[in-house]
Design a binder for this molecule. Structure first.
Ligand code: GN1
Ligand code: MG
Length: 369
């Protein structure tokens, strides 16, 4: 069944061997992702990832791919110069029969394919805290490797992606339009976000005021976007580079804490389960800062916890806006999924607010090493 849906796309790529099976991987909220297994002539298996790009979100897939290939080339050169083998450390695309890395099917959908990295795991939650230290190092190293990347060659594939001020205007406009007729159900949540309007704009304000620099950042640093090597327990490869764009180091740091240091899933409906795990917070922070301390300013390190607050609030805002708009952006598996997600983020935010001074004290202790 699944094969019938994607077989047209499979034929467009230069996969090695004979098609064996396909399975949909459901952890992403935007693109559709499939794991393919092929069998090579010698009988061994070769795994691939096939992805359909969501063009409602990524309006120009060519520009997305140009960003990614430029960024990968930059990191590849750098790591090779340091004597590293980049085979399992970077994403590798499979070329399409049209000679590029992107192909359009008869229905107008865009597809791309990668070589599946074997022997690694994309975690959705943490059992072994040491892994989160490694995740911090992985995302820190990724950002460090892009410090000298020329930001002006990057396309802004989703304009104002983390511009929380613009996102707040969009939220206000969505409330005014109320096109799905849901606004009357969520007054409390709307008040919650209005109360935090000023805080939400603080990173944008600090960038505008020159207090924080812009950097080339990943912008979607969920735990499952850094693959951990099963054999060594170390970060192997950072994936999902669709949103690599100029941003703030606080975005990458903050989004990773939001997702990975929470005691529950991003869409947990039992709010009593959601708080911030301070052990995980410290481990990630340590790993992240160890990798990039020399490249970050003292202000950036000091304000890292602000990243956790703003990103958690941004996601609450985005999920709630999408709920108000009738679920146009994020994939949902129930009519109230976006509302459940928004409430979970709000609960997490209130927990982060309680721990904010402690978090700041910890990051400050890393500045004066
Ligand atoms: C989306 O699809 P996925 O899971 O990689 C979203 C992120 C959100 C995330 C929340 C392009 O990422 O910004 O943080 O959902 N990606 C885009 O789970 O909007
Ligand atoms: Mg993503």
């Amino acid at each position: 069944m699944l094969y019938n849906d994607i077989k047209q796309a499979i034929r467009q790529f230069n996969f090695e061997g004979k098609y064996l099976s396909a399975e949909e991987l459901r952890s992403g909220n935007i693109n559709s992702t499939y794991k393919l297994i092929f069998v090579k002539p010698d009988g061994t298996k070769k795994n691939y990832i096939l992805q359909r790009i969501n063009t409602v979100v990524f309006k120009d897939p060519y520009k997305v791919m140009e960003n990614i290939t430029n960024v990968l080339e930059h990191i590849d050169k750098k790591l090779r110069a340091e004597g590293e083998n980049t085979e399992r450390k970077l994403l590798h695309f499979v070329s399409a029969k049209n000679g590029s890395y992107l192909c359009k099917d008869a229905n107008g959908y865009f597809w791309r394919a990668y070589i599946f990295v074997d022997g690694v795991t994309a975690y959705n939650s943490i059992d072994d805290p040491a892994l989160f230290y490694e995740a911090g190092r992985g995302f820190g190293a990724f950002q460090k490797n892009l410090f000298d990347f020329p930001a002006d060659v990057l396309h802004e594939t989703i304009p104002d992606f983390h511009n929380t001020k613009r996102r707040f205007y969009a939220f206000v406009a969505a409330i005014a339009e109320d096109k799905a007729g849901r606004v009357h159900e969520i007054e409390e949540e709307i008040d919650f976000l209005f109360d935090r309007r000023k805080m939400m704009g603080e990173i944008v304000d600090k960038i505008d005021a020159g207090v924080l620099p812009t950097r080339v950042t990943h912008n979607d640093t969920k735990l499952n976007n850094v693959l951990i090597d099963d054999a060594t327990g170390k970060a192997a490869c950072v994936i999902d580079l669709d949103t690599v764009m100029p941003g703030s180091s606080l975005y990458d740091y903050g989004d990773a804490i939001r997702f990975g240091a929470s005691t529950a899933a991003e869409d947990e409906s039992d709010l009593s389960k959601i708080t911030i795990n301070m052990e995980l917070f410290k481990l990630f922070t340590k790993g992240f800062v160890e990798e990039i301390a020399n490249a970050l300013s003292d202000e950036e390190i000091h304000y890292l916890p602000l990243g956790a607050k703003v990103m958690t609030c941004e996601l609450a805002l985005r999920f709630l806006t999408d709920y108000i708009n009738g679920d146009e952006y994020f994939k949902v598996n129930s009519p109230d999924h976006n509302l459940v997600r928004a409430r979970a983020q709000m609960k997490l935010l209130t927990e982060i607010e309680k721990k904010y001074d402690e978090m700041t004290e910890y990051v400050d202790s890393l500045i004066s090493r």
